[in-house]
Ligand binder design. Sequence first.
Ligand SMILES: [Zn+2]
Length: 261
Amino acid sequence: MTLFVPVDEQSAEDKRWMEEALVMADEAFQAAEVPVGSVFVRDGKVIARHRNRTNELMNATRHAELEAIDHILSLYPPKSSEFPINPHGCPEGDNPFKSTTLYVTIEPCIMCASALRQVGIKRVVFGAGNERFGGNGSVLPVNSDPILQNSPGYEAVGGYSREQAIMHLRRFYLTENIYAPNPRSKANRKLKTDFQPPGVSMHGPNGQPTKKTTRKKSGLPAVNGNGSLGGSAPNEAGSESGSGAEGSKPAHPRLEEVALL
Ligand SMILES: [Zn+2]
C-alpha cells in the first residue's frame, strides 16, 4: 500500500527539498526528457541533483535515481571491499546512502526501488504515485516487502508537491515528441487541471486504463500500446523513461496512458 502524507501533515523540511526536486524535473522538461527530478539529501545538504536522461543517452535505465546513485558513489566511494555485494554490511559511515534521503517527484519505478533498497537508501519522499510502474507500493512494495531478504527495506512516503509533479508530466505529454520518427500532432489536446485524491487512479476510482489491448497476428500474447505484456505490466514509457519500446522506436505514450496516483 502506498503511503501518502496529507498536505497539512507534511514537514516543512520535506516540502523544501521537494521544491528542489521539482527544479530538476523542470530541467528535464526543458531538455525534452520525461520530467522527473530528484535530489539526494545527506546531513541537511544536497549531495546530488539529477533528472531523467533516457532520451539523451538512448538508455531506458537512465532514470534520475540511477543517475544519482552512480554520481554519489563517485563522490563518496565506500572503502569496504564488501560494498559491491553487501552494501548493508559496510562499517558504520562507509555507505553514503544509509544516511541519505531521496526526494523525487514521481514514485520510484520497480527497477529504481530495487536499486535504492540494494544500496541501502535511508528514506524516500516522492510526489505523485505511479500506478503502472511504482515500486514503493503502487504496483509492488519493493521498498518494504519482507520477501526480499537480501537487504532491509526503507521508508517511503508520497504526496509531496504531488499536483505540481503531475502537471509537469501532463505538460510534457502535450508536447510533440521530437524523438519519434513520425511525431503526432497534439495541437488539439487540452491540458487537464483536475486531480483525483492521492491513491485514486486518474482513470477513476476503479483505476481502469482506457487503452485497449491488441493482439498480434502471430498469436503472441496481447500487448498494450507500449509494447508491454498485459495491461498492467510495468513499462517505463508511461512513467519515467519516456523511451518505451513500440517495436524498437523510442516513443512517448499518450497523455491518457500516464497513470498517476
Ligand atoms: Zn525508475
